[in-house]
Design a protein. Structure first.
Lengths: 165, 165
């Protein structure tokens, strides 16, 4: 099992909670959110990225973001995992990751929510969480994970808001 | 005194220690190093950046990098500070910063060396250092510093190698 490049991507701009009548899990991307997410996705493809899988929150705004990433050519497959929903369990995802990495894997994209994603990134780097990473909507965090026991052992090689991409 | 955007920039690719006859402080950028640094600088300008000052290590490869940044239009002025030389003192720079920020300042670029720059970034974010940030040559770290006492209180909004810029 080699090093893994992990990309944490926050969903694009969605219709605001205050003006959407349905449940939070069904808030959808705005047209501006779709556009900016597509620009981000195309830029990642231009930069040569290609992942084995996108693991996504099942919330609609995350699924829509994942679909834009797949349609742009970043990955062929989307899987949903409840650990990526807001407030999901980091430990559950770690268990999933251990299994998934039994086969040789080079790149994984996670699509989810804040503050969870930047919290996970901090846990992977430092083993603790202080809330010092700023992950904008449609922003990206890139981490390198060692073959085993990534918590507190991973390194950050990329963090970018879409406007600086 | 408002929030400050701080950009930490590692010098570009320099002639290797093993094949350069002079002292480390006089190692110069290679032609590839100049080219990649210029591309990085032009991209930062395209992204709308403009800083009040570039504070640089006095080592030649850092000065050359700073000059490329100034010539591209990122700042008008370069100052040298010994805290930015390899192994320089973070505390000395913090003292300088407190003074410099007495006037309203919005953006500061630091040009220096590794592992110092990524160590400083970690100290500003977490107040301690574990070596988990990867700063490539001609790479950039962007931090937001609060008005006072930035150590352990700053947030990371950007970290990028030149190839993902």
């Amino acid at each position: 099992m080699g090093e893994l490049s992990l990309y944490l991507i926050r969903h694009g701009i969605a219709i605001e909670r205050e003006i959407f009548a349905g449940p939070d899990s069904e808030r959808h991307l705005t047209s501006q959110g779709e556009k900016k997410t597509l620009q981000m996705a195309e830029r990642l493809v231009d930069l040569g990225m290609s992942w084995d899988l996108i693991l996504s929150s099942s919330f609609l705004r995350a699924i829509q973001t994942s679909e834009i990433l797949v349609n742009a050519g970043l990955a062929d497959e989307i899987q949903l995992h409840e650990a990526l929903a807001p407030g999901g369990r980091f430990g559950d995802w770690l268990q999933w990751l251990d299994q998934w990495r039994l086969q040789e894997r080079l790149g994984l994209g996670l699509v989810g929510h804040e503050p969870d994603l930047s919290q996970w990134a901090e846990l992977l780097m430092w083993g603790s969480y202080q809330g010092v990473l700023e992950l904008k909507k449609a922003g990206v965090i890139g981490l390198k994970l060692p073959p085993h026991d990534p918590v507190g052992q991973s390194t950050l090689f990329w963090l970018t808001p879409p406007r600086l991409l």
